[in-house]
Structures are given as C-alpha cells and as structure tokens.
Design a protein around this ligand. Structure first.
Ligand SMILES: [Zn+2]
Length: 390
C-alpha cells in the first residue's frame, strides 16, 4: 500500500468514527448509556463544553487477548458499526472493560442495556418535544378598537399544546395582518383582501425558505374575510386553527371537556340544470331564507348544520367538532359538484365561528370549483362582498 493510500484510509476511518459518534450522541441524547450521566462536561473551554463521551466496543475490535469480549464474535460483522458501539462515560468504559467485571457485562447484556436505553430516549424525545410553529394573526377593528390576539394569549395557548411559537419575530415566527376600517366603509373589502394577500405572501416566502414548517392561525375578522383567508392558505404546510371562545376561562384554547358535535347535510330538491347554487353554513345561528338576496332566491340549497341541536354561538368548542364540520363541509362541496354540474357560480352564506369559516374557505378548490361569491350579513339582509375562484 502506498503511503498516500494509507493516509487516505486513516482519514476515511476517522470520518466514519466521527459520524458513528454523532449518531450515537443523538440516540443517547448525549448521556452515558450505562449510568445516564450527561456527557457534556461542566468545564468549558472558551469555545465549547468539554465532551466526556467515549466510544466503547461491545465485541472487541481485535481478537487479541487484551481486547475484552473478543472471542465472542457472534454474528457481528463489523466491530466498528454503530450497533456494536456504546457511548459511555470514562468510568463506565473502564468498568465494562475491566477483566474482573467481564462476566457481569457479557455481549448480550450490553446489547440489551444499549437497546433499552436508546428506546427510552426515543420515547422521551418523541413525547416531550415542542413543535415549532409560526403564529399567523389576523385582527380587525371592532367598535373603534383593534381586536387581535395578544402575543401573551398566543404564547400561552401554544404552550398548552406543546407548541413553541413567537420564538422569532417577523420573518419566521409572527405574521400579523391588521385589517383597518369598518365593514361598511368604502373600499373596505378590497383593502382587507389586499392585507391578507400581503401577509400570506410573507408566510409563503418563509415557508419556501424553510423557516416555517407549521402555522398556527389566530384570527378575528368578518366571515367573508375568514373564508377568503382559508381559501388562500396552502394545503402543504401543516396548519392548526384557534379561535377566541366565548368562555373566558378557556380563552383561545380548545376545550377537551366540551360536547362533541356532528353535522349533517340538508338539501333542497334536485334541479340538475340550475345555473347557480346556494351553500349554507348554519353553525352560529340559523340562516333565514327570507333574508336571502333576490338574485339567489329560488336556487337549490345545500346546507350544513349541527345534528340534534340548534345552531349556537358556542357550538364548536371542542377541536374534534371542527374536524367533524370540515369533513361534512367537504362532502357537501363534493355533492354540489356531482348534483349540480351546470352551476356556474356558488353562493356561500355562512353564520359560523372563526375556525369553521376558515375551514369553509380551505375546502374550496382553486380552479376546480366554480367562482364562489361570499355574503356578509348586514342588519337587514345578506350582501355579496367577496368572490373567490373568479
Ligand atoms: Zn457512565
């Protein structure tokens, strides 16, 4: 072997050893596999803590008499492989390699210790970790003041479900959409859609750059804007929705104690040739047909409503109820497509809590479903204010 080949081999071997050490460090969470001692020293050099980890062979690396557990080479092809190595502190390494103790630590015993320790670490880290999430806040003016989840409310709500949010400001942790003006004001709906567009552009950039992998939405806004927001959220990024509950005690957190609600689809007579269709979502209150705008009167109706109880303001307090609604709503849209193929426009009239309104929008499939006009309840009637999929 030429000297340079020998050097290459040594370098290669060192690299492999280092990657094995790193892998074991991850598997043991940096603790001694036998005594659970932290392998990060208390003393620090000026750059980093001193590592106390040693790589110990189970089956000896050589067959020589000085190598413990060398004759017992049962089925171990590569003594340098991760499976045959233990990450130990210096003391434990000395103990298991001491000829006087060999009988207490035969290969199968060490294998068992290693496996159960690494399994325990995996369980702890699987359950105990906090999921990083980016908070997306939407707020609007209500009676002259801004209604929006505070940073503290968001922090507490997220921590209660083991999410770590608002860790960074701006780009990756906190996206804020402030909707100005009042719902009756001139240009309100256009400006509000623009604000949502701008905020979601920032979110999308953060997702594309890899800074954001999970989104938590905290919104307060009129129903049509929530539907619009939902329509705009992308499906690829895991997203969890929160809403402010009427119950002061739970605040923005979902309640496990609340009643589970299921939903049903109620349809009017089939008229496959109808050119339009009304989708009704009656969760917070009944949606009165008498208040329908004149241009949708007489169109077929597909309505999603709670089973067994009337609509009400605290209907959706359990997160599973929201999941139930979203499922039923998607079924309703599939039914709309199948039964009313000639409908060139859907009209969406919703009386629904924040999260259900967002889910209603998420179910509308871009470029596949027809244009959907969304209505806002005014004092006297429903008024068309926003169209998606146009
Ligand atoms: Zn130890």
């Amino acid at each position: 072997m030429a000297p340079s080949d020998a050097r290459d081999t040594t370098v290669k071997r060192e690299r492999i050893k280092e990657s094995v050490r790193n892998a074991l460090w991850a598997r043991t969470a940096g603790r001694c596999t036998i005594c659970n001692r932290r392998l990060l020293g208390d003393q620090r050099t000026y750059l980093h803590s001193v590592l106390l980890a040693e790589l110990a062979h189970n089956i000896g690396a050589t067959d020589g008499a000085g190598s413990p557990r060398s004759g017992a080479n049962d089925g171990v092809d590569d003594t340098e492989a991760e499976e045959n190595l233990l990450l130990l502190c210096h003391d434990c390494h000395k103990i298991i390699d001491n000829p006087d103790h060999i009988d207490f630590f035969p290969p199968e015993k060490l294998r068992e210790i290693k496996e159960s320790f690494e399994r325990r670490i995996e369980m702890v880290t699987d359950n105990g970790g906090l999921t990083r999430t980016a908070a997306l806040r939407v707020g609007c003016m209500i009676r002259g003041s801004l209604a929006m989840a505070s940073r503290r409310e968001i922090g507490e709500t997220l921590l209660a479900v083991n999410y770590l949010g608002l860790v960074e400001t701006q780009r990756s942790g906190d996206f804020t959409c402030r909707i100005n003006g009042s719902a009756n004001g001139r240009g309100f709906w256009d400006a509000a859609q623009q604000s949502i567009d701008d905020t979601l552009t920032q979110v999308r950039q953060a997702v594309d750059s890899g800074d954001v992998e999970h989104i938590s939405v905290f919104a307060i806004a009129p129903v049509p804007l929530l539907v619009y927001l939902g329509w705009h959220l992308d499906d690829k990024t895991p997203t969890r929705l929160f809403q402010k509950h009427r119950d002061q005690f739970t605040g923005w957190s979902w309640s496990d104690q609340s009643d589970l609600v299921d939903f049903e689809i109620v349809t009017s007579e089939n008229d496959a040739s109808a050119e339009g269709l009304v989708l009704v979502c009656a969760l917070t209150s009944e949606v009165s047909r008498a208040a329908f705008p004149p241009d949708v009167a007489g169109l077929p109706v597909i309505e999603v409503r709670p089973v067994g109880s009337p609509p009400g303001p605290v209907l959706i307090s359990h997160e599973q109820s929201l999941v139930n609604f979203a499922e039923r709503w998607r079924e309703a849209l599939a039914m709309a497509e199948a039964r009313f193929p000639s409908a060139r426009r859907w009209h969406l009239i919703a009386s629904a809590p924040v999260t259900a309104s967002i889910e209603a929008g998420r179910a509308i499939v871009r470029d596949i479903h027809p244009p959907v006009t969304i209505y806002e309840r005014t004092n006297v009637a429903y008024e068309a204010v926003i169209t998606v999929n146009a």
